[in-house]
Design a protein around this ligand. Structure first.
Ligand code: FCB
Length: 445
């Protein structure tokens, strides 16, 4: 059996600034909400922080060498806003931009297309001190930051992503409180979500006005949602959960409106965000692709105890990764087919997919991560299946290029194709990296 992917398929791997860079106080970088959060006792696994992480700030050349060895066509990374604007707004810090200029030109020299995420959760702390994303002013500061990045890197970067997973930034950061800034207020979370979406639309507009000819989109974390049973209550809960997780973000961006039923549901409970005139059309800018991150699927039952959406995920007994996420490759196929239908054949890039497992360096110094290899293999088969049935998928980024700081889990969850020994910063290509390299070389398997 051969599975060939479309010509020029974007084979990549992804990372994010706070998870890999380290150098947290170097060259004028300002504090971000993740510095503050991870330095707060009890917030992360064993008090782990991104102070050093993979030390990528100093080792990016070696890391690009590794990407080249794997044969990546493209590399997705994010920019640390507080490196460029230590206070979030005002005067830029040119030293910060120097790093990204070097990174981007080194990637281009090596024939690896840079795909840049503007916001992967590391808001400058100074802006959080003024209310963070719940404060509408942050939207303007983000657009200024985006413009500065477009001016400096616009001619070198062909792929842009405004936001990474606004659901997680809003809900996990401001309602569940497991991520920075660690707030636990639902109304704040929906307000944050609205401002993230608005800032996305305005940044897309600024990008078009900058005259650069690359592609720009947004990355949403999306799961296919299935009702846990045929029970009407479960079905209704699944519909609500799909609107809560997926459509709350995709609909404004692609259709210019929040899903009406859930908007009403929130309004009935006094939770709906304030939407000013013109906001929805500002969010609804034409984008070039939809980025999706998918790791697992959501099987949903009605749950009276789970305010305010009254829907909970159940386990289905499938095998789990070290994140405790159930492995369901078919789910990615179903999701792609669903999105294709729901959003009129939109071009899709899978901007993250991957798995954490217990990796062990064996006596020969190798990491034989067959479980990760199987995970990637079976998910990619489903991507291929979706492409075969006509879904317009243009690329796939494995999460992650290398083991890194997994947010609240610190360094306890390894997602990399490349193993990182955090004591010595030694990198070891895992078996999955060698396998992925073959997949890229053959444009399939
Ligand atoms: C996603 C994040 C990414 C990484 C993976 C495992 O939600 O975008 O930074 O943490 O999960």
């Amino acid at each position: 059996m051969r599975s060939n992917f479309p010509e020029n398929f974007l084979w990549g791997a992804a990372t994010a600034s706070y998870q890999i860079e380290g150098a947290y106080r170097e060259d004028g970088r300002g504090e971000s909400i993740w510095d503050r959060f991870s330095h707060t006792p009890g917030k992360t696994f064993q008090g782990d922080t991104g102070d050093v992480a993979c030390d990528h700030y100093h080792r990016f050349e070696e890391d690009i060498g590794i990407m080249k060895k794997i044969g990546l066509k493209t590399y997705r990374f994010s920019i640390s806003w507080s490196r460029l604007f230590p206070d979030g707004s005002g005067e830029p810090n040119p030293k910060g931009m120097e790093f990204y200029k070097k990174l981007v030109s080194k990637l281009n020299e090596n024939g690896i297309k840079p795909a840049v995420t503007l916001y992967h959760w590391d808001l400058p702390q100074k802006l959080q001190d003024n209310g963070g994303w719940a404060n509408r002013d942050t939207v303007c500061h983000f657009v200024e930051y985006a413009k500065y990045v477009f001016e400096n890197l616009g001619s070198q970067v062909p792929i842009w992503i405004t936001h990474n997973e606004p659901f997680v930034a809003a809900i996990v950061g401001n309602w569940i409180g497991r991520h920075a800034p660690g707030i636990t207020d639902f109304q704040t979370a929906l307000r944050v979500a609205h401002h993230l979406l608005l800032s996305h639309g305005l940044a897309v507009k600024a990008y078009r006005e900058s005259g650069h000819k690359g592609e720009i989109g947004i990355t949403l974390n999306m799961n296919p949602v299935y009702p846990a049973s045929e029970n009407e209550m479960d079905k209704a809960a699944a519909k609500r959960f799909n609107e809560y997780l997926n459509k709350w973000y995709a609909d404004p961006v692609l259709k210019g409106a929040y899903p009406a039923d859930l908007l009403e549901w929130f309004a009935d409970r006094g939770l709906a965000p304030e939407i000013l005139d013109g906001d929805m059309s500002a969010i609804n800018q034409p984008i070039d692709f939809l980025g999706i991150n998918n790791y697992y699927s959501s099987f949903i039952r009605h749950d009276e105890h789970n305010w305010p959406v009254y829907a909970s995920e159940i386990s289905t007994g499938r095998d789990r990764t070290k994140m405790d996420w159930e492995i369901n490759p078919e789910g990615l196929h179903d999701l792609l087919v669903y999105l294709d239908k729901e959003y009129g054949g939109i071009k899709i890039i899978i901007t993250e997919n991957g798995a954490a497992f217990n990796d062990i360096v064996n006596r020969e110094g190798k990491v034989e991560d067959d479980n990760r290899l199987d995970y990637l293999y079976t998910y990619l088969e489903q991507v291929h299946r979706a492409i075969d049935s006509g879904v317009n998928v243009k690329g796939y980024y494995a999460w992650s290029l290398m083991d890194n700081f997994e947010w609240g889990h610190g360094y306890s969850k390894r997602f990399g194709l490349v193993y990182v020994d955090f004591k010595t910063q030694k990198r070891i290509l895992k078996k999955s990296a060698y396998w992925y390299s073959e997949v890229i070389r053959n444009n399939g398997f």
